[in-house]
Design a protein around this ligand. Structure first.
Ligand SMILES: *Cc1c(COP(=O)(O)O)cnc(C)c1O
Length: 391
């Protein structure tokens, strides 16, 4: 039938977060008081100085026309300024930076710009679904690299079969990591760059959580010697500035890859509302402001409440050093889907089953710290009372 989904769409599992959102909405529609720690979407509003900048920018007629894909020069310049201040890496805003409609857009489209049918992307498992999804859409094959707790949730690059590596073109990495919250030590970044150089791979580094940290600032892959020629790094304003709905991010690094993605995008979209880009420049220039630091402090307080709560229930949990996620083994083992279904049914708490991030996520559940501390405490109480964690 002409209206049936294409084979490539049918091959993909339903997008997990959309599914969870559906279940949550059904529970809310029944009048249940749901605590949503499922989707990683900051609950606080965008900072006032950013909102005000958009109010001004959107009134300018120059912004009402197509922005086109090379993006607003002022936004690219601000991204380069931010990169230099934050990482000490000076990028050419005309050739090494590309604005994106949220970083997910670039992450998911990259394979279409780089892969030929049958080429392989190396993707973390558990991992953010667009790495594998974007690869499949491009006719490529995702090869899943297990992230294991005993290896610090870093992929074991040496364990990837030689025949797979020979067909691979893209190596996706994501640190600070969603869903495990792991950080990559510099030694691993160096190992990844050496591996990519040896096997002629493009590194696609997803840095969406680069500013959600509680201890040292996470490094950029582009700080590693030799990385810049073969790394495209994805940055996002979503988590840093509570701007998920605005859809703004950028790709940085490897000129050829940035260019390839830009050319692809000329056929897909016609740029990002330039008032939003102008505002994004204001946000990036203001990233040192106290209200941005306050966002990190808030997550730290919530993290301590949730981790403390889980520990009081007898669970062994490490306190994450970055991201607003806590990744925890399902108590007593067993299916992550069943466990999260029980949490919703019995305690009205939405948690994300690890399996939704790939088979490597089975046996874990993820809590997003995107509700206020009192609600986090209440979630713990409810889960305890309902016996969701067993006895
Ligand atoms: C939230 C998130 C992103 C990006 O989000 P955008 O809003 O599209 O910029 C990218 N990668 C991971 C792992 C995320 O969790």
């Amino acid at each position: 039938m002409p209206f049936d989904r294409s084979d490539r769409l049918k091959r993909l599992p339903p997008y997990l977060f959309a599914e969870i959102d559906k279940k949550k909405k059904a529970a809310v529609a029944e009048g249940r008081d749901v605590i949503n720690m499922g989707v990683g979407d900051p609950d606080k509003p965008t900072p006032e100085f950013v909102i005000r900048a958009l109010q001004e920018a959107c009134a300018k007629p120059a912004h009402h026309r197509y922005a086109f894909d090379e993006g607003l020069p002022a936004f690219r310049a601000a991204a380069a300024r931010w990169f230099e201040k934050r990482y000490g890496v000076r990028l050419d805003p005309d050739r090494e930076i590309l604005p994106l409609i949220g970083s997910k857009e670039g992450i998911a489209h990259l394979p279409l710009a780089i892969l030929n049918p049958g080429d392989v992307s190396l993707v973390p498992d558990p991992g953010y679904p667009p790495y594998a999804g974007g690869t499949s859409f491009a006719g490529g094959e995702p090869h899943r690299m297990r992230l294991r707790a005993d290896l610090g949730f870093l992929p074991d690059l040496k364990a990837i079969p030689a025949l797979v590596v020979a067909r691979a073109k893209i190596l996706y990495l994501n640190y600070p990591n969603n869903p495990t919250s792991a950080l990559a030590p510099r030694a691993f970044l160096e190992e990844a760059v050496a591996f990519a150089a040896k096997h002629d791979l493009l590194i696609a580094a997803d840095a969406a959580y680069s500013e959600v940290y509680f201890e040292e600032k996470p490094p950029s892959m582009l700080q590693i010697p030799g990385a810049r020629e073969r790394t495209i790094e994805f940055h996002s304003l979503s988590k840093t500035f509570n701007m998920t709905g605005w859809r703004l991010g950028f790709a940085a690094g490897c000129e050829k890859a940035v260019k390839a993605l830009g050319v692809l995008k000329t056929y897909l979209d016609s740029g990002i509302f330039s008032a939003i880009q102008e505002t994004g420049a204001v946000a990036l220039d203001g990233y040192d402001r106290p209200e941005i630091r306050a966002i990190r402090d808030l997550y730290r307080t919530r993290r301590d409440a949730w981790v403390g709560g889980l520990r009081s229930l007898g669970l062994k949990v490490d306190s994450p050093k970055a991201t607003f996620y806590v990744w925890t083994p399902v108590p007593g083992g067993g299916s992550s889907i069943d466990f999260c279904a029980r949490a919703l049914e019995k305690a009205n708490v939405v948690l994300t089953p690890g399996l939704g991030f790939g088979e490597g996520g089975e046996g874990y559940f993820r809590a997003a710290l995107t509700v206020d501390e009192p609600r986090i405490r209440e979630a713990i109480e409810r889960l305890k009372k309902a016996g969701v964690f067993g006895t």
